[in-house]
Design a protein around this ligand. Structure first.
Ligand code: SF4
Length: 307
């Protein structure tokens, strides 16, 4: 039975409002981190879809200090989104890729504002260790904390094809290290990866359902300007997913997930200026409406087939 309020899935923004009793907004911060898959430690090329902004996550100027970015983001979101409280969000590149003392200073500064109630850290699964997880866990006493791991696919053959530079085993190890420490875990997945069938994608959904993670962020694979994938697109080696296939697959994916997993995003946003393909992604709200309609048409919802 569908027990969700606005949507037929467990929308993260709605969940936050229910938990905190007011509108919460994530403020994207850029602390100048790099990524071992771009700086030569693992590879120099990075993932085939990664642009110079660090993977679907171009942010505002990193010429501003963290404090300035935070204050600007908060002032803007209070007016534009009527948000009352905020989560500091480190999104671009790998935001645990630095020594613990450096991380501590950055995270502390990002929480040093009366309206900031939480911290969300996007990173690679091979960029955490027990010491870093201890640090992140220490914030859970007073704050609402998430770690967002880029997985993309549970299939190692796909991870190799897209040059992720880590394995699914690395992801599973990171999840086990992070679980039971008061930290919420979100996994990022991409739909439409080269060579993946619908069954492959749903195996990723099943694996995530079994692992007991707390949130999911879904993207469609898209070619951005300046990426390896853009070159593949022009050489016709990458064919973007049709919107109908994306919508159907997202619904299949949602049906398999446990109902308590929060859905942070169902398609990337803010990419229009650098998007090459698929062009339908520029109309993200229409895509979200199609997902709503498809779930209605199926009389389905997140968790319908979760066992
Ligand atoms: S892990 Fe993220 S930042 Fe690093 S290369 Fe891949 S997409 Fe880019």
């Amino acid at each position: 039975m569908n027990n969700f309020k606005d949507k037929r899935y467990n929308q993260y923004s709605r969940h936050l409002e229910d938990v905190f009793g007011c509108k919460i907004y994530k403020i994207t911060l850029d602390a100048g981190f790099n990524c071992p898959n771009r700086d030569g430690t693992i590879s120099e090329g990075g993932c085939i879809f990664c642009d110079e902004g660090g993977s679907f996550s171009r942010v505002h100027s990193n010429l501003l200090s963290l404090e300035e970015q935070l204050q600007t983001g908060i002032s803007h979101s209070k007016v534009r989104y009527k948000a009352k409280k905020f989560i500091s969000y480190f999104q671009a590149f790998s935001n645990t890729y630095a020594p613990v003392e450096v991380l501590k200073d950055i995270y502390n500064r990002s929480l040093n504002h009366k309206d900031v109630i939480g911290l969300s850290i996007g990173t690679r699964p091979d960029c955490v260790d027990p010491e870093k997880i201890d640090l992140i866990s220490s914030y859970t006493e007073k704050h609402y904390v998430w770690v967002e791991y880029g997985l993309q696919s549970i299939h190692d053959k796909t991870l190799k094809l897209i040059n992720r530079g880590h394995t699914s085993e690395d992801f599973i190890k990171a999840v086990k290290l992070t679980q039971n420490r008061g930290i919420n875990i979100c996994a990022h997945v991409i739909i439409g990866l080269p060579g993946e069938t619908r069954e492959d994608i749903l195996e990723t959904a099943k694996a995530l359902a079994d692992l007991g993670i707390n949130g999911i962020k879904m993207h469609v694979l898209c070619a951005l300007k300046g990426t390896e994938l853009e070159k593949m697109y022009y050489k016709e080696e990458f064919k973007p997913l049709a919107v109908e296939n994306f919508v159907e697959t997202v619904c299949d994916f949602l049906e398999i997930l446990p109902p308590d997993v929060t859905i942070h995003r169902l398609a990337g946003s803010g990419l229009n200026e650098i998007l090459v393909a698929p062009i339908w992604l520029t109309e993200r709200f229409k895509v979200l409406t199609r997902i709503d309609r498809q779930l209605e048409k199926r009389d389905s919802w997140q968790g319908k087939f979760y066992k």
